[in-house]
Design a protein around this ligand. Structure first.
Ligand code: PLP
Length: 395
């Protein structure tokens, strides 16, 4: 009987954070839990970025920042968009926020009216659905399977569109499937969208640099006809190991960027001053400065796939980016393991936590109830030990 708003009562708790909390609780009881549930690189922020932050403190960057970010940071973002994505944004089209998460929250708040539909190809990043709902939108889930590498086809997109469709939100590389849309695949989706000029796209590219293919990253905004329809979301949390610094940014049509600026000005104001100064240095660096992390993630991806291929019931795609595998584990549904009946991915993920002492996340949270997400942002030793434990628990 606490008089909370329907808004918060209707919102689900972030499943990844809930799993991390449960793992912490078990650790508190003395259990040796291996955490493969979080979307957080296990590297430290590179020294050249930390040095820039220390310099910023000593240079007395301590005042409120411009709501949409320091001009030098926005210039660095413009340079980055040009260098990495061949996108030409101008200053009024850039907004810096407190993480890509705030970028997404801003965009939902400024774009959605009650009852607007937002197409979410499944699996999608855990927060999309709740951010959309919080802002009156209706998530329209488009299920995909391992057969299409968890990617939405143009035909599926076409079929999901209704007169109420306002937006499509997707991430590429995808959290949680690791799938990457090629330029051709994005062009296929854009062909459909050309027939529906009132639909806008959120292209979440936060895993851009964590790409194991030989092809360069493809941005939706760079596809013919899509620049004016796309909000490109990016940030430094993943590729630069800067999750706690909380800096994300968008490139968008200027009327959308202006609206986000207005929203942010009333809710949080500009993002943290020290972190913004450090990110100028991070973005101006050549992406090769963080390549050692990507190389290590690739080794781990191959290790995880190799070890999982040895366990019956784990059916995986080959993730091309990000740092997750998303195995279909429906083979276990209806089976009883160690006296526990597994009815769905949530049961299975909890089973792994309790019996293998390995934290993963249920696919339910990502709109795919047949899968679980395993993050390989952990050392190779931890990965080997975790998968060995999983193997013993399910065999
Ligand atoms: N988008 C995706 C696909 C993510 O996986 C995450 C973080 O897990 C975010 C956005 C949020 O990133 P940030 O730390 O910049 O808020």
């Amino acid at each position: 009987n606490q008089p909370l708003s329907n808004r918060i009562l209707n919102m689900s708790t972030s499943a990844t954070l809930a799993m991390a909390a449960k793992a912490r609780e078990l650790r508190g009881e003395g259990k040796d839990i291996i955490g493969l549930s979080l979307g957080e690189p296990d590297f430290n922020t590179p020294d050249f970025i930390k040095d820039a932050a220390i310099q910023a403190i000593n240079d007395n960057y301590n005042s409120y920042t411009p709501v949409d970010g320091y001009q030098e940071l926005k210039e660095a973002i413009i340079t980055k968009f040009k260098r990495d994505n061949n996108l030409t944004y101008t200053l009024p089209q850039i907004v810096v926020s407190t993480g890509a998460k705030q970028c997404l929250a801003n965009v939902a708040a400024v774009m959605l009216n009650e009852g607007d539909e937002v197409i979410l190809p499944c699996p999608y990043w855990v927060s999309y659905s709740d951010i959309v709902k919080l802002n009156g939108g209706i998530p329209v889930e488009v299920p995909t399977t391992i057969d299409t590498d968890f990617k939405m086809t143009p035909a599926q997109l076409e079929a999901a569109i209704t007169p109420k469709t306002k937006m499509i939100w997707f991430s590429s590389p995808c959290n949680p499937s690791g799938s990457i849309y090629s330029k051709e695949e994005l062009e296929g989706l854009a062909e459909v969208l050309k027939k529906h000029p009132n639909i806008y796209v959120v292209s979440d590219e936060i895993y851009e640099h964590i790409n194991y293919t030989n092809s360069s990253h493809a941005s939706m905004a760079s596809v013919d006809g899509m620049f004016e329809k796309t909000i490109t979301v990016n940030g430094v949390s993943k590729a630069f190991a800067m999750t706690g610094w909380r800096i994300g940014y968008i490139g968008a049509p200027d009327w959308i960027a202006r609206a986000c600026n207005k929203m942010q000005g009333q809710v949080t104001s500009g993002a943290n001053c020290i972190a913004q100064r450090a990110v100028i240095t991070a973005l101006n660096a050549d992406p090769s400065a963080v390549k050692f992390m990507i190389d290590e993630f690739k080794v781990r991806r191959d290790l995880v796939l190799d070890l999982l291929s040895d366990i019956e019931g784990f059916n995986t795609n080959v993730p091309e980016g990000a740092f997750y595998v998303f195995p279909n584990v429906s083979y276990f549904f209806g089976k009883t393991l160690k006296g526990k009946t597994i009815n769905n991915a949530t049961d299975f993920s909890l089973f792994l936590l309790e019996e293998a002492l390995v934290a993963t996340v249920t696919g339910d949270a990502f709109g795919n109830p047949d899968c679980i997400r395993i993050s390989y942002a952990a050392s190779q030793e931890q990965i080997k030990e975790a998968i060995q434990r999983i193997k013993e628990a399910v065999s």
